[in-house]
Design a protein around this ligand. Structure first.
Ligand code: FPP
Ligand code: MG
Length: 332
């Protein structure tokens, strides 16, 4: 086995040639990421490179590069589109940490914690402006797709903030919100890789569908990790969703079933007391809702595999199957 290409957590590719090609592609992405945000003002360089330098999995660029394998993976626009998607992702992290009042991200202090909310928000805007500039080079269709995706993403974040409307099933609300806030951008990462490598249309469509499925699964696993992890592993502070009063899949399943009265009481609103956050985390880790959430996450493996039917067999398709396992198994 060789060709470990991701930073931090690993996605292992079984074909050394593909591993080397994708590794070289990720280096090009990294170089472009650094060069596009460069600014004459040291302070802006520092704030905008802060999260980029702190690490991150580069999951979205990796997916764009793998999707690019179904056409000409060396095309410059494959790299450029991977950078656009990663810049948008980075911009949302700066804003998300302000909204979540998060203190840690990628094992480093979050930008809002290191500087101020205003600096974090404006840095997110700055990164977004560069993503917009770059996507203009990719043509009006790509710019429209990004604009639509961005609208989706912000709508998801707003819907998460206000919660389900009257009569809306909370699990259905959650699943559609995570598609919007996370799945939509990961789906576009796959679509861009296929599109800009010149892959056939039905393969581009399959890469989009696959991205939608694993993107949604990615957020479910992220939310499970917010409950199960030690911060040293995730680089974030566990329990952030509980402090924000956001119920993710394990809590939603538990509340729809037969929760212990104490857990139901703790989950009735945002938890501000640190001992109570820990108490709720301990109960959530062991509850039936967590078992159900893990089973739902596992069910995405089959859905992801089905979306890959339209793609030709070979090392790139095997790599996408490895990506699926990575997304699902990272909660273990
Ligand atoms: C992560 O959720 C959040 C998102 C994937 C989307 C956030 C979108 C915005 C904040 C809108 C951004 C707007 C502009 C203009 C850039 P999470 O809190 O569950 O994930 P985490 O565990 O990584 O914090
Ligand atoms: Mg967050």
């Amino acid at each position: 086995m060789s060709g470990t290409v991701s930073r931090g957590e690993k996605v292992v590719l079984d074909d050394p040639e593909l591993g080397a090609a994708v590794g070289a592609g990720l280096t090009r992405v990294e170089d472009m990421l650094h060069s596009v945000v460069r600014n004459d003002l040291d302070f802006i360089n520092e704030t905008s490179l802060h999260l980029m330098a702190a690490g991150g999995k580069r999951f979205r660029p990796l997916f764009t590069l793998l999707a690019g394998q179904f056409g000409d993976p060396e095309h410059e626009n494959v790299t450029k589109s991977a950078v656009v998607v990663e810049l948008i992702h980075l911009a949302t992290l700066y804003h998300d940490d302000v909204m979540d009042e998060a203190t840690m991200r990628r094992g480093a202090v979050s930008a809002n914690n290191r500087w101020t909310n205003s600096v974090a928000i404006l840095t997110g805007d700055y990164l977004f402006s560069h993503a917009s500039r770059l996507v203009a080079d990719l043509g009006t269709d790509a710019a429209r797709m990004i604009a639509e995706t961005f609208g989706e993403l912000v709508t998801g974040q707003l819907r998460e903030t206000v919660g389900p409307v009257d009569g809306e099933n909370p699990v259905n609300h959650y699943l559609s919100v995570i598609w919007q806030k996370t799945g939509s951008l990961i789906a576009i990462a796959g679509r861009f890789g296929g599109l800009f490598s010149g892959a056939p249309a039905e393969q581009v469509a399959a890469l989009y569908e696959y991205g939608a499925v694993i993107g949604t699964a990615f957020q479910i696993s992220d939310d499970i990790i917010d409950i199960t992890s030690e911060s040293a592993d995730s680089g974030k502070t566990p329990g952030t969703d509980l402090r924000e009063g956001v119920h993710t899949l394990p809590a939603l399943y538990e509340l729809a079933g037969d929760p212990k009265p104490r857990l139901a009481e703790l989950l009735s609103g945002p938890i501000t007391d640190e001992d109570q956050v820990q108490e709720a985390l301990v109960m959530l880790r062991e509850c039936e809702g967590m078992r159900q959430a893990k089973a739902t996450l596992e069910s995405y493996a089959e859905r992801a595999a089905n979306t890959l039917d339209a793609l030709p067999d070979g090392s790139a398709k095997r790599a996408l199957n490895a990506l699926t396992r990575y997304v699902i198994d990272r909660t273990n």
